[in-house]
Design a protein. Structure first.
Length: 250
């Protein structure tokens, strides 16, 4: 569920997962039928069926979460274009609709004096990305974040906003972009500026390393959950062996 096959072949991936669940349920049904026929206490076959079902549920839930948080965003960005040495004063958003990772020209900064927030349960914060001491034709590039501004004044303090080493950006691909668009519209009205084709980014020190870290995190989480389940399963098997042995003696 968490790997590239799920991204490139979503239907086949879901079909494979469904077939695995069907196999587990069939195995469980057969184990249960065998128990009833023999009129015995819980057997290892039932225990194995329950273990397989738990393993499937954990893999499906955690694999899906890992895919949504790490793998899918990674491949989404890989499908887009990378731009280097971009001057936000000279380039318009309409020219970079396929931007995934951007590194900016020297002197590019966040104009926190024109930041704004829009609240819909969470506060969606935006600040324009500009060239120092310049007024662009259109404020089309915006750094964004949630819960990092008051929304009542220009106090944008989202990720890396105060880091002088930050000079890169990663395209925001989440579904809540409409709320950031509303924040930009409020900024346009408040500061009397224009944003014809706003594009939203997270402000980064090393955007390439940040994106690569998503894939590493996906693999790390897979290993951690696999090993955790293995240790937990060994413990449960040990307990089950003791319990079943006592049941057999009685």
């Amino acid at each position: 569920m968490a790997f590239s096959f799920h991204y490139s072949q979503a239907t086949l991936s879901q079909l494979a997962v469904g077939l695995l669940l069907l196999a587990v349920l069939c195995f469980g049904a057969r184990a249960w039928a065998g128990r009833k026929a023999a009129e015995r206490d819980p057997t290892w076959m039932l225990f194995l069926a329950a273990s397989l079902l738990i393993a499937w549920i954990v893999a499906y839930v955690q694999g899906g979460a890992d895919f949504s948080e790490n793998t899918s965003p990674y491949y989404d960005i890989q499908n887009l274009n990378n731009y280097v040495n971009v001057n936000p004063e000279l380039i318009l958003g309409a020219q970079m609709q396929d931007a995934g990772i951007v590194t900016w020209a020297a002197g590019t900064k966040l104009d926190t004096t024109r930041s704004m927030g829009f609240k819909n349960k969470e506060m969606y914060c935006v600040a324009p990305i500009v060239m120092s001491k310049s007024v662009p034709t259109s404020y089309d590039f915006w750094a964004v974040g949630t819960g990092c501004c008051s929304g009542y004044q220009a106090d944008f303090h989202c990720k890396n906003s105060d880091n002088p080493s930050a000079n890169g950006a990663i395209r925001l691909m989440q579904s809540d972009r409409s709320f950031y668009r509303l924040a930009v519209q409020q900024a346009e009205a408040t500061y009397n500026i224009k944003a014809s084709h706003p594009i939203f980014f997270t402000w980064e020190v090393d955007p390439y390393e940040e994106v690569n870290q998503w894939l590493k995190e996906s693999h790390n989480r897979f290993v951690v959950w696999m090993m955790s389940y293995l240790v937990g399963q060994l413990f449960v098997v040990t307990v089950a062996a003791v319990v079943f042995s006592k049941v057999g003696e009685n």
